[in-house]
Design a protein around this ligand. Structure first.
Ligand SMILES: C[S@@+](CC[C@H](N)C(=O)[O-])C[C@H]1O[C@@H](n2cnc3c(N)ncnc32)[C@H](O)[C@@H]1O
Length: 202
């Protein structure tokens, strides 16, 4: 591909991303109005886990996001069927959502359950866990915020342990206990759990 076409492609992608962040800002601010902190599920899928968690933790405001419209619609149906007041679901890409978070609103707890493992080596770059994204999560968390990561995929588990071990703002707490169990859509299929809990430090 000619160099100028690559440059135009990148400019177009950057402009599109910025437009998406600007649009999200207008949606996210009213959703989180009055919340200094919230429990965040990244890639909530069909919303099984967060809907159950929010119902059991009425003192926490919970927000789940996912890229796929149909999954967010299914999540929203669980919210309205269960009449759960302390929860919201939003269709959003995670890094764009984090960039769009209002100032003064921080991640109280973070859950990433069965993220896409991108098993082929050439696709590893698409895995959500990366130094940049751990930094972005840390930027929106407070000291003491816990990051809960669960996968069935041995290699993604090892990958996440490795990145967390060298991440400047996260410390793995090996002895931490998984705080809440509810089968997710993907857990139902695999039944395998490999957990990591880390805490925001510094
Ligand atoms: C394997 S599914 C797991 C869904 C759910 N957590 C479960 O356990 O059933 C991963 C989910 O993450 C979502 N996802 C992947 N990358 C994302 C991103 N960058 N931002 C938001 N959602 C994302 C996908 O759309 C998908 O629904």
């Amino acid at each position: 591909m000619p160099e100028h076409t690559k440059v135009m492609g990148k400019e177009w992608a950057d402009a599109r991303r910025q437009a998406s962040i600007d649009q999200l800002r207008t949606t996210v601010a009213p959703l989180l109005a009055g919340q200094a902190t919230f429990t965040f599920e990244l890639g909530c899928g069909h919303g099984h886990w967060l809907a159950a968690y929010a119902a059991k933790h009425p003192e926490e405001f919970c927000l789940g996001i996912d890229l796929i419209t149909l999954r967010v619609e299914k999540s929203l149906r669980k919210q309205s069927l269960g009449n759960i007041a302390n929860i919201a679901f939003l269709k959003a890409e995670a890094t764009e959502f984090l960039e769009a978070l209002p100032a003064g609103c921080t991640l109280g707890k973070i859950f990433i359950l069965y993220p896409d493992p991108w098993p082929k080596k050439k696709h590893h770059k698409h895995r959500f866990i990366s130094p940049e994204n751990l930094g972005l999560l840390a930027r929106h968390a407070l000291p003491g915020t816990r990051l809960h990561f669960r996968t069935d995929h041995a290699d993604y588990h090892a990958w996440t342990l490795e990145y967390l071990a060298v991440a400047p703002h996260w410390k793995i707490i090996a002895e931490a206990i998984w705080p809440f169990e509810q089968m997710t859509f993907f857990e139902e299929r695999t039944k395998l759990k490999r957990d990591i809990i880390a805490v925001r430090v510094g």
